[in-house]
Design a binder for this molecule. Structure first.
Ligand code: FAD
Length: 475
């Protein structure tokens, strides 16, 4: 009789284009997901990502059950649990997708060794990326540190191979133990905690079917205008695929081919964003310290000025800059924020307010449904100026002119900051400049909406002085 295989789902919660599944299903297969927060430490999924994970596992469980092989849910030390499962079922192989997070790579190494000692194998597959980060190196054999040449290199390789079909049926292996229920994993907000995720369900449909729908909708209606409209937060100008990609409900290869089929060469601006994801993951693989420490040594001792009140004002959408506050409230209400606004909000925090980028990173890790240690850390370090491919240190986004440029009529601000809904467009991004009678006519009286916590010119000057000193090594 053929020895069974274990299929270890990690961040590839789908059946289509899943090479680990394709390999495992050549034998009777036991699919399993293990929630191992201790291994992930401070990079374990935060609150919003856990909400997503709950619903994604529910969808995966249904899809697997429909194919005859129910999903086993476990919680605890993944290495011991998986090794024990392999022993109990007599599995010869465990198949899984490799990951880029340092804790996950360490887990792979320990499990692999443990299994090898018992004559079994951990077989790792490329499941959530286009290429392995160590398979793409510069001409001198080094990891890339700058996005543009990295992207150029990947584009010279041509389109990736076509995605794999999802299997219609699986040959199951009975689980040696009943496992946990989804409720046992306790991934959703629980009383007395307020249900901060109440607004998520209307915005998202986690799971492979939801990912497919969103991809199809974007390919049909969003892709053609993506290059010109992706920066407008007031419309659905980008794909909204990030949480689906985060949990591997769709693979980058599936996204790539769908975009190519719909847009041909015109899909390039969108594909380049998929390459930003690939680049951030490449960086994390080669610089595992990225979520915790500045990549540029000059920034190790940057003179941030931590201030709990300023941080809280920013987190709660009370900075007094409408575009930033709209973004932070969108984030709180639906677990996602538009990319342009993420940049403006992040720049305000680390530059005008001089708050450590790690505080912004941690808030995003907890509140984004797409919270991803690689993309999040690379983006924060890019904004802060401490990344390998950082934005020039003297670039300080002006939250007023950025708002006026990308949300000229204030559609985005009006939606997420209802206090400003009736403010005329010419003052929507600078309500403190509106004459009293206009403020009153717009219903903006007293402390209904705060003044900016830091005035732009002063904040900019203070940030530039600190940044200049850091770059010159005199901080
Ligand atoms: P689209 O524009 O449709 O792009 C398609 C896909 O490309 C995205 O789904 C995403 O997977 C990838 N992508 C796009 N932009 C980037 C980027 N700059 N870096 C890496 N990948 C990118 N993205 C995350 O997925 N998780 C995070 O935790 C995260 N944190 C961020 C923090 C900051 C401070 C900033 C400025 C950006 C962050 N991003 C993060 C990147 C980007 O904002 C989101 O990926 C994007 O807004 C998701 O929306 P979308 O799916 O509509 O993107």
């Amino acid at each position: 009789m053929t020895a069974p295989a274990i299929l270890w789902f990690r961040q590839d919660l789908r059946l289509g284009d899943n090479p680990a599944l394709e390999a495992a299903r050549q034998r009777p297969v036991l699919p399993v997901f293990v929630l191992d927060d201790a291994a992930a430490g401070d990079l374990a999924p935060g609150g919003a990502a856990r909400w997503w994970l709950h619903h994604s596992l529910a969808a995966l469980g249904r899809d697997l059950a429909a194919r005859g092989a129910p999903l086993l849910l476990l919680r605890g030390d993944a290495v011991s649990l998986l090794a024990g499962l392999a022993r109990a079922t007599g599995a010869a192989e465990i198949h899984a997708g490799w990951l880029v997070e340092p804790w996950a790579r360490a887990q792979e190494a320990v499990l692999s060794e443990r299994l090898a000692g018992e004559g079994r194998r951990l077989v790792l597959h490329r499941s959530t990326h286009l290429l392995r980060p160590d398979a793409v190196l510069t001409g001198s054999g080094k990891p890339y540190t700058v996005y543009a040449p990295f992207a150029r290199k990947l584009l010279t390789l041509g389109d990736p191979p076509p995605p794999l079909e999802a299997p219609k049926a699986l040959q199951p292996v009975p689980a040696p133990e009943p496992g946990l229920t989804l409720a046992d994993l306790a991934l959703l907000p629980r009383p007395p905690e307020p249900d901060w995720a109440a607004g998520f369900g209307a915005a998202w449909k986690p799971g492979e079917a939801g990912a497919k729908e969103r991809l199809a909708r974007f390919a049909a209606t969003g892709l053609a205008d993506y290059a010109t409209r992706r920066d407008e937060p007031g419309i659905e100008g980008s794909s909204g695929l990030s949480p689906h990609l985060r949990w591997g409900e769709v693979s980058p290869r599936q996204v790539w081919h769908a975009a190519r089929e719909a847009g041909g060469a015109e899909a390039l601006p969108f594909l380049k964003e998929i390459l930003w994801r690939e680049f951030s993951h490449h960086l994390l693989w080669h610089r595992p310290e990225m979520p915790h420490a500045a990549l540029r040594p000059a920034f190790a001792a940057f003179p941030y000025a931590p201030d709990r009140d300023l941080l809280r004002a920013w987190q709660r959408g009370g900075s007094g800059y409408p575009i930033v506050d709209a973004g932070m409230r969108q984030l709180w209400q639906i677990g996602w924020m538009h990319n342009r606004v993420r940049m403006i909000a992040a720049s305000l925090l680390v530059k005008h307010l001089l708050q450590p980028w790690r505080d912004g990173f941690a808030w995003f890790m907890d509140t984004l449904v797409d919270a991803d240690p690689a993309n999040n850390a690379a983006s924060w370090q890019w904004i802060a100026g401490s990344g390998t491919d950082a934005s020039p240190y003297f670039r300080v986004f002006n939250p007023v002119t950025q708002g006026e440029k990308f949300d000229p009529e204030g559609a985005y601000v009006r939606r997420w900051v209802p206090e400003l809904a009736r403010m005329p467009s010419r003052f929507i991004h600078r309500p403190w400049e509106a004459p009293e009678e206009i403020r009153r006519a717009a219903g903006l009286t007293g402390a209904a909406y705060p003044r900016p916590v830091v005035e732009h010119a002063a904040g900019r000057a203070r940030a530039l002085a600190a940044l200049r000193a850091a770059v010159r090594g005199t901080a």
